[in-house]
Write a protein that binds this ligand. Structure first.
Ligand code: SAH
Ligand code: SF4
Length: 395
């Protein structure tokens, strides 16, 4: 099947860099924007619900689509705000059906446009969207391609939510126009049924924007993804782990990758600040933890670095008492990477130890390697802003 041919041609996006977007605002902030536009106080709630529905349930990109909103209000809103999508610079489809978009966001004020990557991974019975939280990353995990790109900036809540909206739009995943307002569309059966914050960047270093975006993704009147189908992955920013769980009720994944501090200090340098014991303590305190809501521990398989069977046994011991899933990730190479992926027999032997301890199907099949879309392969060409630009952009 030629997957590329199924896609509609890319539209020439016309993002308006000077107008703020209504996308990514909390309900309260959206209400305030409407009040500022002249909506009478007594109508703000009702109008907020209507517009929320158009933005997130229907995926409207134009105020003119909002049939139940008066013409005068649509006009006033379009003079002040934009609903434009970011520009899709490239859209690639892997042989295995994985899709990767390179998106360019306009500067919105000062600064330069930035580019980020978003990846869609279709699987039997579900489809997972891997969303970025930052352009680049401040951390420098030695096996990760994003870690070699300097941090440019945090993404805004708008830019995080836009990644979900654009994927749904390109995949044709918005509900049919015939479905009435107020209908519940379950996460199952949708093309984007799961969201993982596992793209570029460390989501817990962009706490407020990621929280706001995840709350929008989980809002039952809009994108309406079940909180169990949203997972945030962190390299281990210990003080923010429980706080994020309390704020969003979403699922947690931990990039563990080593069972001893000495090695983890090297592979995941944030470990020097928050060592393994503290990380495990935060995991034990994660809200809502149960056998039905387990933490995923990610473990990248690096040949002769962290892949001994003794380490597999230590891993099982370390996680004792925590409702956990283990995800062994075959290392995905990138140009100039200083590691090799463990041999397949070794990965299987490691998985066998983990399996015997009661963890089912722990190996993550690499997806989208041919288009550099697999875990840890994302990197965009956006450059770090000059200090003066960053300061101007943050006011
Ligand atoms: N910054 C967050 C989320 C993004 S990384 C974090 O580190 O958790 C998503 C996952 O891909 C993490 O588990 C990360 O460790 C893993 N990863 C990074 N580089 C990889 C590579 N080259 N091969 C396989 N997995 C990799
Ligand atoms: Fe950043 Fe995660 Fe990559 Fe580490 S693995 S450099 S935290 S994106």
């Amino acid at each position: 099947m030629d997957t590329v041919a199924q896609l509609a041609p890319l539209k020439a996006a016309a993002p308006s860099p000077d107008q703020p977007s209504l996308i990514g605002l909390s309900r309260a902030a959206l209400g305030a924007a409407l009040a500022e536009t002249g909506v009478p106080a007594g109508q703000v709630r009702m109008r907020t619900s209507q517009i929320w529905h158009w933005l997130y349930f229907r995926g409207a990109t134009d105020f003119s689509a909002m049939r139940n909103v008066s013409k005068a209000l649509r006009q006033a809103l379009s003079e002040r705000f934009t609903l434009a999508r970011p520009e899709i610079v490239t859209e690639q489809v892997s042989q295995d059906g994985t899709r990767k978009w390179l998106l360019r966001f306009p500067p919105r004020g000062a600064g330069r446009p930035v580019e980020v990557e978003t990846v869609y991974i279709p699987e039997e019975g579900r489809g997972t969207l891997c969303v970025s939280s930052q352009v680049g990353c401040t951390l420098t995990c030695t096996f990760c391609h994003t870690g070699t790109q300097r941090m440019v900036r945090n993404l805004t809540a708008e830019e995080i939510v836009q990644q979900i909206l654009i994927a749904r739009e390109r995949l044709g995943d918005f509900p049919d126009a015939a479905i009435p307002q107020g209908a519940v569309v379950p996460s199952e059966g949708r093309l984007v049924s799961n969201v993982v914050m596992m793209g570029m960047g460390e989501p817990l270093y962009n706490f407020d924007n990621v929280r706001d975006a995840l709350l929008i993704a989980a809002d039952g009147d809009g994108i309406a993804l079940s909180r169990r189908r949203i997972t945030l992955s962190t390299s281990g920013v210990v003080p923010e782990i429980v706080r994020m769980g309390e704020a969003t009720g979403t699922m947690l994944a931990i990039s563990l990758h080593a069972v001893r501090d000495e090695l983890r200090d090297e592979l995941v340098p944030i470990n020097r600040k928050y060592p393994i014991a503290e990380l495990m303590e935060a995991c034990r305190s994660y809200p809502g933890l149960s056998n039905a809501r387990r933490i995923t521990f990610e473990y990248v398989m690096l040949k002769d670095v962290n892949d001994s069977l003794a380490e597999a046994k230590e891993l099982v011991k370390l996680l004792k008492g925590i409702p956990a899933k283990i995800n062994l990730i075959p290392f995905n190479p990138w140009p100039g990477a200083p590691y090799e992926c463990s041999d397949w027999e070794r990965i299987e032997a490691f998985a066998e130890v983990v399996n015997r301890a009661g963890y089912a199907s722990p190996i993550r099949t690499p997806r989208g390697r041919d288009i550099l879309a697999a875990c840890g392969q994302l990197k965009s060409a956006s450059e770090r802003m000059r200090k003066s630009e960053r300061e101007a952009a943050s006011v």
